[in-house]
Design a protein around this ligand. Structure first.
Ligand code: CO
Length: 479
């Protein structure tokens, strides 16, 4: 996307922002039966939080250029009897094994293998996509899989964090690491972009390793870069931002993956509504240009679709997350909760910012509320008194009906995605439960697992980890 970024590795000599530790490599792999705990955690919390994210940012002398390129590490926090145990392991992907030999062999999001002249021709026409599944994870049938945006999720053992191997292949080349769950059918629903002379978006369902079914597809000339999508009870919704690629540019592979995409705001943002029951693209709508990584929720109400996202004005956030840039200066983009109202009969999209509060890595009460009306979203935010106006250093809760916002903030600390775990109480309130967030304490360069009440964001307890955990992306709780 940018031509300005240097590829030379420059050792950090200037003073770095306090958060920069979160963008440095963690080499050690540990297994600890019990972490030191301050405060207390609820007795009912008896399960495991597994988180995914990049943890190694250079291979030999060669840097991985972008935060999204770091080699995947899984972190596991298990809860039981008021105690917390911890383990972490790199995912043994092919990309990782090659890195252990000092080689970057696979094309990452923004890093390509160093091509010798001899190898160049081969990789130009057959770029080998990475299996570095560093973004998210989920349960698939009886298995657990780690995912990135390439179509090769990798199964792992949730007890040992051992890598098992590729679980299935999505029917395209650019996938999402944010599949949805369809509890009725016991399937994961996802989309993938197939690039070719006739490129298309494909919505598909995956029940286990072997059972895959196509739900619907739509032709597209210049596919959009989309990181997630929305699933309402009857509809799957793709919001195609005007960050688009000519598939021919990708095929010739002269640049790393994301740098082939172009920002074309004049196209606007396209909203594609797929009818899951009829298996077809139902309607297409145009909204103002914007960019988002993360959908929050979508649901049908009064003959319209309500679609909520954490949205940016443009896609410059991707450029600000190149390692050499983000290690020296915080990004200046400010994502906000954007709501679309899309008529089921008609075309005009209503657009409204529900809250000016910084919101990223949004989570909701997924099992009860995804695809349905909901009231609360939790996420990471940026505190006005923090290091930088737009660097993530707080947790927020937004009431999407009233706009009321609560936050948790501690100076010098940088929390990650807050995972909501509902309390086991029958007929509980939507926000009755806890939030689990891995926080980097910039003051002593170590991380801790923070447990908050999800309703008030009051701290219940924290469990200290003896090293820093590099900033990660997503995690899931399994009870
Ligand atoms: Co994501």
């Amino acid at each position: 996307m940018t031509g300005e970024v240097t590829t030379m590795y420059e050792p950090q000599t200037a003073p770095r922002p306090a958060y920069a530790t979160g963008f440095t490599t963690l080499d050690s792999e540990l297994e600890l039966d019990s972490l030191p705990l301050q405060g207390s955690i609820p007795e009912w919390l008896n399960g495991t939080l597994v988180r995914n994210g990049p943890a190694k940012f250079e291979v030999g002398e060669q840097p991985l250029r972008h935060w999204f390129d770091g080699l995947a590490m899984l972190h596991k926090f298990s809860f039981g009897g008021g105690r917390v145990s911890y383990a972490n392991r790199f995912l043994r992907s092919n990309a990782y094994r090659e890195a252990e030999r000092g080689r970057i062999t696979y094309s990452e999001f923004a890093t390509d293998p160093c091509r010798s002249l001899f190898k160049r021709a081969a990789t130009l026409f057959r770029p080998t996509p990475t299996d570095n599944c560093n973004v998210n994870l989920t349960r698939l049938g009886d298995e657990y899989v780690a995912m990135t945006e390439l179509p090769l999720p990798i199964a792992f053992d949730p007890e040992t964090l051992d890598t098992i191997g590729v679980a299935f292949t999505a029917p395209g080349q650019h996938a999402t690491a944010h599949p949805h769950h369809d509890p009725q059918r016991g399937e994961l629903i996802a989309y993938v972009t197939h690039f070719g002379p006739r490129s298309e978006y494909r919505i598909f369902a995956q029940r286990d390793r072997t059972h895959q079914r196509r739900i619907a597809s739509a032709r597209v000339k210049e596919p959009s870069y989309m990181h997630s999508f929305a699933l309402a009870e009857r509809y799957a919704i793709l919001v195609a931002f005007p960050l688009v690629v000519n598939p021919l540019r990708l095929a010739t592979g002269a640049r790393p993956f994301i740098e082939n995409y172009e920002w074309k705001p004049e196209q606007g943002t396209l909203v594609l509504v797929f009818d899951r029951e009829e298996g077809r693209l139902r309607s297409q709508h145009t909204a103002k240009p914007c960019f988002s990584f993360h959908h929050v929720n979508a649901f049908e109400r009064d003959s319209e679709l309500v679609i909520d996202m954490a949205a940016y004005d443009d896609a410059s956030i991707i450029d600000s997350l190149y390692m050499d840039r983000v290690r020296s200066a915080p990004p200046s983009s400010h994502p906000r909760l954007l709501r679309y109202r899309v008529p089921l009969e008609g075309s005009d999209v209503g657009e409204e910012i529900l809250s000016e509060t910084y919101l990223e890595l949004p989570r909701i009460d997924y099992t009860q509320r995804n695809g349905r009306p909901y009231r609360y979203v939790w996420g990471v935010g940026a505190h006005p008194d923090g290091d930088a106006p737009d660097f993530v250093d707080q947790l927020v809760k937004i009431d999407v009906e009233s706009g009321e916002t609560l936050s948790w903030f501690e100076p010098g600390c940088y929390p990650g995605e807050p995972v909501f775990v509902p309390s086991p109480k029958p007929d509980r309130a939507e926000d009755d439960g806890v939030l689990l967030s891995v926080v980097l304490d910039g003051r002593d360069a170590r991380s801790y697992l923070l447990v908050l009440r999800a309703d008030s964001l009051e701290e219940l307890g924290r469990a200290g980890v003896p090293h820093h955990i590099p900033f990660g992306f997503h995690g899931q709780y399994f009870s």
